[in-house]
Design a protein around this ligand. Sequence first.
Ligand SMILES: [Zn+2]
Ligand SMILES: [Zn+2]
Length: 461
Amino acid sequence: MLPEQPKDDPLAGDADVPDNYVQYTLKKEKSLPPVQLSNILNELNWLNVAILGVTPIVAIIGVCYTKLQWQTAVFAAIYYYFTGLGITAGYHRLWAHRSYNASKPLQYILAALGAGSVEGSIKWWARGHRAHHRYTDTDLDPYNAHKGLLWSHVGWMIIKPRRKPGAADVSDLTRNPIIKWQHKNYIWLMLIMAFIVPTLVCGLGWGDWKGGYVYAGVMRLTFVHHSTFCVNSLAHWLGDAPFDDKHTPKDHLVTALVTIGEGYHNFHHQFPMDYRNAIRWYQYDPTKWFIWVCQQVGLASHLKVFPDNEVRKGQLTMELKKLRATQEHLTWPSDSNDLVVISWESFREQAKTRPLIVVAGFIHDVSDFLDEHPGGRHLLVKNIGKDATTAFFGGIYNHSNAAHNLLSMKRVGVLHGGMAHGTEDKAVPPSQRLRIARYNEMGSPYASSALSQSDGEGLMG
Ligand SMILES: [Zn+2]
Ligand SMILES: [Zn+2]
């Protein structure tokens, strides 16, 4: 019983939306003035204030004066899940996202259960939610997470919207007879499902009329409200972004636990047509399990699943991004572009005055390492002025990755023609062999190889 969409909402279709729609609309259509203490009484949506304010107050008072019977407790918990599923499996995954097909009986059941969650009609809810996905984190997103946790949780409902949600096509919903039926009979359906059914079940079942109303009706409704509201607030605030970090949606187990499985919201915003939120079997997504069971008993079909190959690309992209950040924070050896190219004779000459050793075509100054060398100073001294490639790579001792990485930090030059054919990979330290390169760096000389630049005659020292 939240704000209803005006009957002739011109933005409910999206065929004529211009390409620069978001920018254009934000510029052209003025938003309502910001809410301040002076104008707040005029800017509140009083109906929603009453629903969202009175429900928990009645629940708390009721709980203080009503003894909880175990049968009522069990039923209230079950009814919480089922009315919640009306929103998550019905309003959200079925109607807003069309992530599966539901038979007529299942649609009627979900439409009725959803009404018992008192979150407006399917038509209004799905309209706003489609705008939320299309304009995520902008002012055309009705629950724009950038406006704060409180705004995305309840603020957007209790304060009059500052502007109309962005255009979203809901023509498929307006044609659906069950959605029309629910929209038309919403008030009655809502009262029956939210309050009358739970009171009757507990009253006729085990004589607990009052408990049925208080616990399975009002208290349960408070929980369903805030549980599903967390999809807009908590799911855009808590957790990490394993698929895409361009926008605010996040994945977190805690969000999943409080939202009947809608907590893998980063995945959901990437693949909204997927009937799942959680893709791993051990992740908590009762809404997915419910839809799957409905399929097994013939009530649902055509469950949409995004190709795993594409899902994994998203994950890999984010993993590479993190690794790239790590890579950029480390100090890397100079590559052959930055180093002077020196002839063998010049190298031999200079090695008389400083401890220079050639390994894999690079000239290294080991002066600060002579006393640190684990194999002893004498092994280094023995190779000063020489090409120690064979010795380094196993002739004497096959050095570790760490040793090779450290050696590359001591580069001071490139030996002209110093790389024997077939030993190219030895020029690249292990830490750089799987280096992460952006697409526009591919084929750039950033790769530390002395090969392609080793014959610059004019650079000879
Ligand atoms: Zn979202
Ligand atoms: Zn969604």
